[in-house]
Design a protein around this ligand. Structure first.
Ligand code: IPM
Ligand code: MG
Length: 356
């Protein structure tokens, strides 16, 4: 099969980790006779430097016409003071919105090999952590009206948080379906004791819960959810939540597993077009040093094969290759401990590719 992948390497460690992911994809292509064709598009700070905008119109079109999009990371201190209308992150939000990528799946799994990397006690993570955060990605406060105005002689800033029923329903369906494929448990996280948008969220979720009566459903307030994730993470299986709560909780959840560098994500639309990226950022402090962990990006490619290309065996193969690299004792700096073999980003990529 021929698949066209638009590649957005981005800033900081983005290019390094994406190069390793491509090594692994090429190996899969060889083994299963697929041809993955890559088209690179600048995104984020590197695009601002070259083209004056965080993504060009042609770049956006190449994302829309691809079979799927692979992203590294965007942003860095160099572009912190550019005009907000062309910030690197703007491009990421624009791609999410223009491609209709409303469903962001962030699986959070503690690799058994890294059990002692979790900052939580063995008594808490001993049963393992395996949860799926389903984050709404094209609505809420990220996409509401935004302005700063002067009122009575002082600046006032406004960010609007808005959800409509159909936006809540479609992400709700993704979450309930996902719960059906896992352990039939779904927690919906909101702030319905304060926010109207959350009260509507909850009402729509309750309607769906009646329809999906085989799924054990619960409501959790977001502050409590943040606490419960630390107190007793294994109570959760699938968590569905709005855009900003999902952004925050997924960073928190990822840390339970020891390193944010391990965690992949898939951003899905109504069609098979999706964007795949690690959940971590561009880590400018270690950019260019070849010490980043490419596993989050490599695992994102496994999600690409599974969700966009329906290549299940190939996806399983990548996950097994990652597990073997960990079983064999290879660790990048972020997950390194005495007694293991410390490897560079590029070495980890080659080892995983060789395991395929
Ligand atoms: C993420 C990131 C982005 C977000 C940033 C870079 C805009 O933190 O994908 O979680 O907030 O969605
Ligand atoms: Mg985030």
């Amino acid at each position: 099969m021929v698949k066209n992948i638009t590649v957005l390497k981005g800033d900081g460690i983005g290019p390094e980790i994406v190069n390793e992911a491509i090594k692994v994809l090429d190996k899969i292509g060889e083994k299963y006779s697929h041809s993955f064709k890559y088209t690179e598009v600048d995104i984020g700070g590197c695009s601002i430097d070259k083209h004056g905008v965080p993504i060009t119109k042609e770049g956006m079109e190449l994302c829309k016409s691809a079979d799927s999009v692979l992203l590294g990371a965007v942003g860095g201190p160099k572009w912190d003071s550019v005009d907000p209308s062309i910030r690197p992150e703007k491009a990421l939000l624009a791609v999410r919105s223009e491609l209709g990528l409303f469903a962001n799946l962030r699986p959070t799994k503690l690799f058994a090999q890294l059990a002692d990397s979790s900052p939580l006690k063995e008594s808490i993570v001993g049963n393992g952590i395996d949860l799926m955060i389903v984050r709404e990605l094209t609505g809420g406060i990220y996409f509401g009206d935004r302005r700063t105005e002067v009122v009575d002689g002082e600046k006032v800033a406004v960010d609007e948080m808005k959800y409509s029923e159909h936006e809540i329903e479609r992400i709700g369906r993704v979450a309930f379906e996902s719960a059906r494929k896992r352990s039939h448990r779904l927690a919906s996280v909101d702030k319905a004791n304060v926010l109207d948008s959350s009260r509507l969220w909850r009402a729509v979720m309750h309607r769906l819960a009646e329809e999906y009566s085989d799924v054990e459903y619960s409501d959790v307030l977001v502050d409590n959810a943040a606490m419960q994730l630390i107190k007793n993470p294994s109570q959760f299986d699938v968590i569905v939540t709005e855009n900003m709560f999902g952004d925050i909780l997924s960073d928190e959840a990822s840390m339970l597993t020891g390193s944010i560098g391990m965690m992949p994500s898939a951003s899905l639309s109504d069609s098979t077009l999706g964007m795949y990226e690690p959940i971590h950022g561009s880590a400018p402090d270690i950019a260019g040093m070849d010490i980043a962990n490419p596993i989050g990006t490599i695992m994102s490619c496994a999600m690409m094969l599974r969700y966009s290309f329906d290549m299940v065996k190939e996806a399983d193969d990548i996950e097994a290759a990652v597990n073997k690299a960990l079983d064999d004792g290879y660790r990048t700096a972020d997950i390194y401990k005495d007694g293991f073999t410390k490897v560079k980003c590029s070495e980890m990529g080659s080892i995983i590719a060789a395991n395929i």
